[in-house]
Unconditional design. Structure first.
Length: 131
């Protein structure tokens, strides 16, 4: 569950390289900008991590370089922002043109997002205020 953003990113970038199309790189640029502003917004909201925050490797694969300043806040959640943006980005194409076959991929990514979210709530990585 913690690796899902990395695996999804690698999938889109490698698919884009294999098919010689820029769509994966356009998505990567857009999601990077979204996550950058989400990270800045985290400092404005100042919602603290849950009291029983599980500070273990299950919550985060990499250590937050800004852990002493912005890193102690939890909202908006990096994972929920990533999955929400990715689902919204793909939904625009899938639901405007259902004959392209992207509905199966979209449903699979929705399943991954729900699994990741439930895993993060169960292990006290997030709480409902951080969504």
């Amino acid at each position: 569950a913690s690796l899902s953003p990395i695996i999804i990113t690698l999938f889109f970038l490698l698919r884009s390289v294999a098919n010689l199309e820029p769509s994966g790189f356009i998505w990567f640029g857009a999601v990077s900008i979204t996550l950058f502003f989400s990270y800045l917004f985290k400092g404005l909201l100042k919602i603290e991590k849950p009291g029983e925050y599980a500070n273990i490797n299950f919550c985060s694969v990499f250590r937050d370089p800004f852990e002493l300043t912005i890193g102690r806040f939890t909202a908006p959640s990096f994972h929920m922002t990533f999955h929400g943006f990715t689902l919204a980005y793909l939904a625009w194409d899938v639901f405007n043109n259902p004959h392209r076959g992207g509905l199966i991929l979209w449903c699979f990514l929705l399943f991954i997002a729900l699994t990741d979210g439930s895993y993060r709530f169960k292990n006290l990585c997030e709480d409902f205020k951080s969504c």
